[in-house]
Ligand binder design. Structure first.
Ligand code: B12
Length: 226
């Protein structure tokens, strides 16, 4: 294999160029040679960001975004990545209900958050995409989660996130759950507008916050990662 820097550049470049076969080949090669799956996922995210920029410049079209999504999913489906999540799963850290909010169908970021939560021992109930506030509330009543995780990749979905939090307030359940919002454009100001308890622009940071919340409430996670 090329040196580590060249390899990373090549992988990010292949994602940007939407070279599906080459990305999978390089990803498999990297995992076989012991690359941490999370580091690999971060490289793919870097490539996706470049695809997004090309879409903004009108150099790429919607079909290219779809292709980028397909490639990402294929990488997430590689055996070594699946095994990595499953090996650590022990269901003791707490229960998290997640979903992408109404009007948004992006779900790759949410799926990464889900995989990382499971890796850290959380039980996760995933409501999918385009989920209205009332559904979050109904499912929270049914599953009694400790934490609600809201994904909203489109910046226009900030109001939808706020509506989910408002729905919990209306149902008298706001103090029964912690709510975390996640998206790469979020900041403290956006978080306070939504009324969430916390936010993260990266899934791994979101998991840290959830673990902190659970340990503060007395349920310390027992991940297999020592
Ligand atoms: C792939 C893609 C698509 C795919 C989605 C496939 C899928 N199954 O998800 C498809 C083709 C469907 C799509 C559609 C559209 N897309 Co699109 N898409 C993208 C692209 C290229 C990558 C998104 C992605 O998966 N990134 C990788 C993941 C891992 O990153 P992420 O989602 O940000 O998640 C990370 C964090 O945000 C965080 N996170 C996410 N959720 C959560 C939740 C919690 C609780 C926590 C803690 C953390 C967390 O953790 C993740 C990892 O660290 C981006 C470009 C980009 N730069 O991201 C555009 C982008 C998001 N899309 C964009 C647009 C405009 C659209 C469309 C409106 C296009 C159109 N004209 O139809 C539609 C929207 C349809 C809809 N109603 O939702 C814009 C959004 C602009 C904006 N400011 O809102 C972007 C930024 C492209 C651009 N630069 O213009 N898209």
């Amino acid at each position: 294999m090329k040196n580590s820097f060249q390899f990373k550049e090549l992988l990010v470049d292949c994602v940007e160029q939407l070279e599906e076969k080459k990305v999978l080949e390089l990803a498999n090669q990297a995992l076989d040679q012991g690359m941490n799956p999370l580091a690999l996922i971060n490289l793919i995210i870097e490539g996706m960001n470049r695809v997004g920029k090309r879409y903004e410049c009108k150099d790429y079209y919607i079909a290219d975004l779809i292709m980028a999504g397909i490639i990402f999913r294929e990488v997430l489906g590689l055996n070594k990545i699946i095994t990595y999540s499953q090996n650590c799963y022990n269901n003791k850290s707490g229960k998290v209900l997640i979903g992408t909010v109404k009007d948004d169908i992006h779900d790759i970021g949410k799926e990464i958050f889900r995989a990382l939560l499971e890796t850290h021992g959380f039980e996760v109930i995933d409501l999918g995409v385009d989920v209205p506030g009332e559904t979050f509330v109904k499912k929270a009543e049914e599953y009694q989660p400790n934490i609600i995780g809201l994904s909203g990749v489109l910046s226009s979905t900030l109001d939808q996130m706020k509506q989910v939090v408002d729905a919990f307030v209306r149902a008298g359940l706001r103090d029964k759950v912690k709510i975390i919002a996640g998206a790469n454009y979020l900041n403290a100001h956006g978080c306070s507008y939504i009324g969430a308890d916390g936010f993260a622009t990266e899934a791994s940071k979101g998991v840290e916050i959830c673990l902190d919340w659970m340990s503060l409430s007395g349920r310390v996670g027992e991940s297999n990662h020592d």
